[in-house]
Design a protein around this ligand. Structure first.
Ligand SMILES: N[C@@H](CCC(=O)N[C@@H](CS)C(=O)NCC(=O)O)C(=O)O
Length: 283
């Protein structure tokens, strides 16, 4: 389907902000909100969610001129920020200064829509501006590093530094998997139906991962003298534990990791990717 930017046409309703684009010779128009009550940034995000990437104009009759032109292509991150995997992708995007919009559909409540994006019905996915869909946070992050080049990449390109970062990331993501297994076991089983042996095994594996990371945090950052994907993913894990498993007493049991978490959460890239109350899975 070819989409082309079109000349803006006045809306029939006064003071309405809308976006439009040309698709196969027709004009597709969507109303985004009452002009003045919707910011240009929000309008652009909505326009991209509703019309897809790329082209479109937004304008209000009250102003009678385009207030926003959205001919900049943006990637779409699919998933909610209570997922540490979605969050690590979002933080990497922000860290690299890459523009994106988000489709915050729920992996459980919107399973049918999700299946159309990712055959595994999992998050995150990243929809590129040409429609290609990347799945799995590791593959997505690898692509983002490639976009910004080796100097700015958060995973070193080769050698011992690369192996060190990849190993720490593997431990951090493995720990997320085990914490996630505990959260799912508790969420999806009625009291009395929870398998305590399985829970104990997962908790033990999770604690093993946390101990490993704590032991490797000897300087400011985990792997290198600078912030890397090992720090970012570990901090996403720690944020998830604070959200879903407050019984893990980070400050008391893992003080270096608690410090890393506080330091990272103070970074703008982390605060830009905090889950809103609507996107937190119920306990
Ligand atoms: N290896 C995958 C793991 C993704 C993953 O486990 N996502 C969870 C949310 S945190 C999910 O989609 N869970 C739903 C399910 O597996 O049914 C990645 O790194 O993206």
């Amino acid at each position: 389907m070819e989409a082309k930017a079109a000349k803006a046409v006045p809306s029939a309703r006064q003071s309405t902000t809308f976006a439009e684009k040309r698709v196969d010779g027709r004009t597709v128009r969507v109303t985004l909100g009452i002009h003045g009550q919707i910011t240009a940034a929000r309008a652009r995000d909505l326009a991209q969610e509703k019309l897809g990437v790329g082209v479109g104009y937004i304008r209000s009759n009250a102003k009678a001129s385009p207030i926003f032109r959205c001919d900049e292509r943006r990637m779409i991150l699919v998933g909610q920020y209570d997922s540490p995997y979605v969050r690590r992708v979002a933080i990497t995007l922000h860290h690299h200064g890459l523009a994106f919009t988000r489709n915050p559909i729920s992996v459980f409540a919107d399973a049918r829509a999700m299946a159309g994006i990712n055959p595994l019905v999992r998050i995150p996915s990243l929809v590129l501006d040409d429609g290609e869909v990347l799945i799995d946070s590791g593959a997505i992050i690898d692509y983002l590093d490639e976009l910004v080049g080796p100097e700015r990449a958060l995973t070193p390109r080769a050698g011992t530094p690369r192996r060190r970062v990849l190993q720490l990331v593997a431990v951090a993501t493995g720990t997320i998997d085990k914490a996630g297994a505990v959260v799912y076991e508790r969420h999806f089983h009625a009291p009395g139906k929870v398998n305590e042996d399985w829970l104990a095994r997962c908790r033990g594996q999770m604690i093993g991962g946390l101990r490993f990371l704590e032991a490797h945090l000897r300087r400011d950052w985990l792997a290198e003298e600078r912030f890397t994907q090992a720090d970012l993913t570990s901090a996403a894990l720690l944020g998830y534990l604070r959200l879903r498993m407050p019984e893990v007493r980070l400050e008391q049991e893992f003080p270096r990791l608690a410090e890393l978490s506080a330091k990272c959460e103070a970074m703008p890239s982390f605060s830009a990717a905090r889950p809103s109350p609507e996107e937190v899975m119920p306990s």
